[in-house]
Design a protein around this ligand. Structure first.
Ligand SMILES: Nc1ncnc2c1ncn2[C@@H]1O[C@H](COP(=O)(O)OP(=O)(O)OP(=O)(O)O)[C@@H](O)[C@H]1O
Ligand SMILES: [Mg+2]
Length: 449
């Protein structure tokens, strides 16, 4: 399954918007080959509160509409649009789904809808949904082992459950497993599956998939880090910086990354038929704040590494990172922007960037129309820099030099500089110069004479 389009109406900050998503097999936009376009990635950018997480939730609600409405235990909260002027009567989400032959129904794009209405205060209720496919396919939506309708969602709160707390068999008893795969986007306390719980079982049950998991994780780790394929006690070890460490000993950045990619591979291995490769599985993966806790060096690689390792999955990421943004074509990017209306009420819109940013520096991206910053410098210092620029335009060379020093050296250049003084010349050098001058003048005198 892929989600090709998303239409939303009266959903939180949105009034009526449409989003076209990149997905494997979609035609490459007309861009030069030197620009890295990732056919399976959509990257959502936008200010805090613009609506990025809302878009991820809408994709999950639309694509899994029957599951969300019937067996999830999900209680919608503050989804229908409420402004100081009115509360909308209904919110509507329509996901244009592409189903595959193995899902029992091959169709380019079929819209599946879900509508919500306000119930009380900020509580909402799912009013209706449709399932526009043959009825006999419906049960597959609820079957965790079925490779179809594969959708995962990771919120910015993602964290891995300590292995001792996990009881894998009871995990899926109460609620639909396909809902639990996206539940983290809607609920605070949803945790991810630790490697040490499922990987040893996979090794016994499906050794080929086990080897593929190790290979895939290693392909998606930063350079210099490696998952070792052997257990020590109950834990798999990671070799990082010359130490072999279990998952709980890793830093926040590594745990944030390894945590969700190994949970993704857990779900892939649960749904992948024995003779198929994990890498051939199709489906949708939604990840909020992909750059969470990452050093800029890793931000430069993370999205291409993941997208290229699993080219048949469709990824929708959100980020605030200009470095992540510069790693892929702007054809992969969508901007979620708040627009303030004349009535003082804002609504969000979804747009495409107006320029190609692949290969831009972080500074260029932050000061482009996309991020719209006037400068990346501290705002107080930037104010002083602007007045130094004005002085440089009207003042003498000293003002120009001061401005240029501030541009290159920051506030350190604002320290008062000593007034230019006559250069002291060493007495020895003085003597040599005087002797040379005397000799030249003597030569000149001889010539003339
Ligand atoms: N019922 C509602 N009606 C109207 N607006 C709402 C409603 N509920 C929430 N909002 C607003 O919807 C916006 C969407 O927030 P969302 O969490 O999607 O933003 P975000 O882009 O993910 O921000 P961040 O980068 O901070 O995570 C917020 O500005 C919030 O104030
Ligand atoms: Mg968010």
């Amino acid at each position: 399954m892929y989600v090709r389009t998303l239409r939303i109406q009266n959903l939180r900050c949105f009034e009526r918007e449409k989003l076209e998503l990149s997905h494997p097999g979609r035609e490459r936009p007309d861009r030069a080959d030197t620009i890295r376009h990732l056919p399976n990635v959509t990257l959502l950018l936008g200010d805090n509160g613009a609506g990025k997480t809302t878009v991820l939730r809408a994709i999950a609600l639309g694509a899994l509409a029957p599951v969300m409405a019937t067996s999830s235990g999900y209680v919608p909260f503050s989804l229908v649009r409420r402004t100081k002027l009115r509360t909308a009567a209904q919110a509507k989400i329509e996901a244009g789904l592409q189903l595959e032959e193995h899902e029992g129904y091959h169709e380019e794009e079929v819209p599946q809808t879900l509508t919500l209405r306000p119930l009380s205060d900020f509580n909402d209720i799912i009013e209706e949904f449709d399932f526009p496919y043959p009825r006999n396919l419906r049960k597959r939506l609820y079957d965790e082992r079925d490779p179809g309708y594969f959708l995962l969602g990771y919120s910015a709160n993602r964290r891995v459950e300590p292995s001792r707390n996990v009881d894998e068999s009871s995990r899926y008893k109460a609620r639909s497993p396909k809902y639990l795969r996206v539940a983290g986007l809607f609920e605070e306390n949803v945790t991810l599956m630790p490697l040490s719980v499922w990987l040893p079982q996979l090794r016994r049950r499906e050794p080929t998939h086990f080897r593929e998991v190790i290979e895939l994780i290693n392909g998606m780790l930063p350079e210099g880090a490696r998952l070792l394929a052997k257990l020590q006690g109950d834990e798999y070890l990671f070799r990082i910086g010359g130490s072999d460490l279990p998952f709980p000993a890793l830093s926040d950045g590594y745990r944030a990354h390894v945590g969700w990619i190994s949970d993704m591979l857990y779900h892939l291995s649960r749904s992948c038929p024995p003779r198929r490769k994990l890498v051939d599985m199709r489906g949708v993966v939604l990840v909020d704040e992909i750059d969470l806790h990452f050093h800029p060096q890793w931000q430069r690689q993370v999205v291409p590494k993941i997208a290229q390792a699993l080219p048949n999955l469709q990824f929708v990421f959100t980020t605030h990172s200009p470095i992540v943004t510069g790693t892929l074509s702007s054809a992969n990017v969508r901007l979620v922007r708040e627009r303030l209306g004349k009535n003082g009420i804002s609504r969000s819109v979804i747009e495409s960037p107006d320029e190609e940013m692949y290969g831009f520096s972080a500074d260029q991206i932050l000061t482009s129309n996309t991020f719209g910053l006037d400068s990346t410098r501290d705002s107080d210092f930037f104010g002083r820099l602007q007045s130094a620029a004005r002085e440089a335009r009207t003042g003498g060379p000293e003002a120009a030099i001061r401005y240029m020093r501030m541009v290159s050296a920051g506030a350190a250049a604002e320290e008062p500089t000593p007034p230019p003084s006559r250069r002291k010349v060493s007495p020895l050098r003085n003597k040599r110069t005087a002797a040379r001058a005397a000799s030249l003048s003597r030569k000149g005198t001889r010539k003339r004479s």
